[in-house]
Each structure stands twice: as C-alpha cells, then as structure tokens.
Design a protein around this ligand. Structure first.
Ligand code: SF4
Length: 295
C-alpha cells in the first residue's frame, strides 16, 4: 500500500520543548518530575516518560489539589505543561514549596499576555475554545473574571451585552476558518472588536498539510494521536470534512488490515502530541498491507 506521510505530523515545537524540559529536570531518573496533569495528551508517551521519572500528579484541568508525602519531596520538581496554567494555579503550585519549572509553550504565553493586558485595560475577553480544555482554563484565569469561552454561534448569541471594549482570541489549536467566521459575526455587533488570530503556526501547518494529503491522492486518511488530544481530534474532524474515510487511531494495533486493504493509497498525519515512534510503526504497518485489488 502506498503511504503518504504529511509534511508536518507529530510533535510540535511546544510539545518537544516541554518534553525536553521534563527530561532535563528528571536528569536520567535522578529526580522525580511532577507534572500538573498529563505533560502531553498521549498515553504511550506518558508511559515512556514515567520510566524516566516523570510523574503526573494533578488532573487534566489542573484544578485538583496535590497531596505529596514528605518523602516524595526529596529531589523532585514541579513542571508546568505546554498548555499553561492560570495565575491562581501558578501561585498554588509555587506554594507546594518545591522547585518549579515552567514549560508553558511560548505561543500560549503570547495569548495569555494579550488576554491579561486587555483584561487589565477593562476589555471583555472572548476566547474561541473549549472551556474544559486546560489551555482555555488557564487563559480564563488571565482574563480575571472578564473571560467568555465560545465554540459556536449559539455560544456567541448567549454572551451578555458588553459595555466596554471587547477583544477576541483563540485557543491555539482551533480551526482558522471557524475563528474567522465567529470573529466576523462578533464584529458585526461590536465594530471596534479587537481580534487576534492566536491559532499557532504548528496547528495551521498541520491542518494545511492534511489538506495536501488529499491533493496528493490519498484515498483515506489515518490520523494518529490520543482520543483525548484536542488537536488530534481537530485533525480527524478536518480529515472527515475532506470526504475521505478517516481513521483516528492511537497505535498501529488499531488498524484493521481488512478495512485498510480497500485503499490504494493512505495519507497519514498525527497530532502535535504524537511521538515519532508511533507514527513510524503505523506507516510500516500500512506499507506492509496489500490493497485488495489494483486500480
Ligand atoms: S500546538 Fe501550538 S501552542 Fe500548543 S504546544 Fe504546540 S506549538 Fe505550542
């Protein structure tokens, strides 16, 4: 079977950086690295990192309290995930009285800076994103009570009337066309709306490279990554919208050879938290499959 691998697939620079920070802090297993929730949304990579001393202690939303035994505190450090955290959570984690290392992706840091600056000036802040996602939870914290997360036109319609300035930003992993649509709608009501397209470059690249797979002749698309990974789910949704059978899998074991043999060529992409070794295994598995009939 012909396999077309997307030009950009797998770890984005923000995730690579967070993993590098965690590994450096773990120092080959000499120290325990506590991450406030999963460092990245990929179970296989988290399992691999756990053997190097990286241990998740918080929850997905970075909201629960963290209890550490005194003997767990020796030679340990807290690392903030690439998604970032709210100022309140930062204060809480620093209060644990452990060494603290921030691996927030700089692209998320830029969004947080825009949110904080405008909220401080009295703007209401509309954030296009999933209110349950840790990145959006963190950004809402920077909005200091002036934040409103929206995902749909209905959410926009449910917003209160704003009396002061309004600014709109996006969670880093959303679709550009949806952000443009919703920000244009909001601008109809608030002509002075300040809009920052804060969807990150890595997300845009992965989305356009996925479209290229179809242009390059992929009959079907395999999207690899955690079922709980927001950016992977977005890629799968985008693939489905390209009118190609789409298979969202976490590992090569989930590929059904009978089903895949119906296709001559398959495009492969992966979310920003999917490690290279899983992408390689999926590509090798697909390449070993024979299409059921030649065209
Ligand atoms: S998806 Fe974008 S914002 Fe998120 S960690 Fe990667 S580069 Fe940073």
């Amino acid at each position: 079977m012909k396999v077309i691998r997307a030009k950009s697939a797998g770890f984005c620079w923000g995730v690579e950086r967070a993993i590098q920070v965690a590994r450096e802090q773990a120092d080959g297993g000499k120290r325990t690295v506590y991450t406030d929730g999963p460092l990245i949304h990929n179970n296989q990579m988290m399992t691999a990192l756990s053997t190097e001393g990286v241990r998740e202690v918080g929850d997905y939303r970075s909201s629960s309290s963290i209890e550490l035994d005194e003997d767990e505190r020796d030679d340990s450090v807290v690392v903030v995930r690439a998604h970032g955290i709210s100022p309140e959570r930062r204060k809480y984690l620093k209060g644990l009285d452990l060494p603290f290392k921030d691996a927030t992706c700089p692209d998320v840091g830029i969004i947080a800076g825009k949110v904080r600056m405008h909220a401080t000036k009295g703007y209401d802040v509309v954030i296009f994103g999933d209110p349950r996602h840790p990145e959006v939870i963190g950004l809402m914290g920077y909005a200091a009570g002036r934040g409103h997360a929206v995902q749909t036109e209905e959410d926009l319609g449910a917003l209160p009337d704003f009396e002061n300035g309004v600014v709109m930003v996006s969670q880093s992993t959303m679709f550009t066309h949806e952000f443009e649509h919703l920000s244009a709608l909001l601008a109809q009501k608030y002509p002075e709306l300040v809009v920052f397209d804060t969807i990150c470059g890595a997300t845009k690249e992965r989305q356009s490279d996925l479209r290229q797979l179809v242009a390059d002749g992929a009959d079907a698309i395999v999207v690899i990554g955690g079922h709980h990974s927001a950016n992977t789910c977005k890629l799968a949704k985008l693939a489905e919208s390209q009118n190609r059978p789409t298979f969202h899998i976490e590992t090569a074991e989930e590929l059904d050879p009978c089903v895949m043999s119906e296709f001559q060529s398959v495009g492969v992409t992966a979310g920003a938290s999917t490690p290279e070794f899983i992408i390689d295994a999926v590509c090798r598995s697909l390449e070993s499959m024979e299409p059921s009939s030649e065209v």
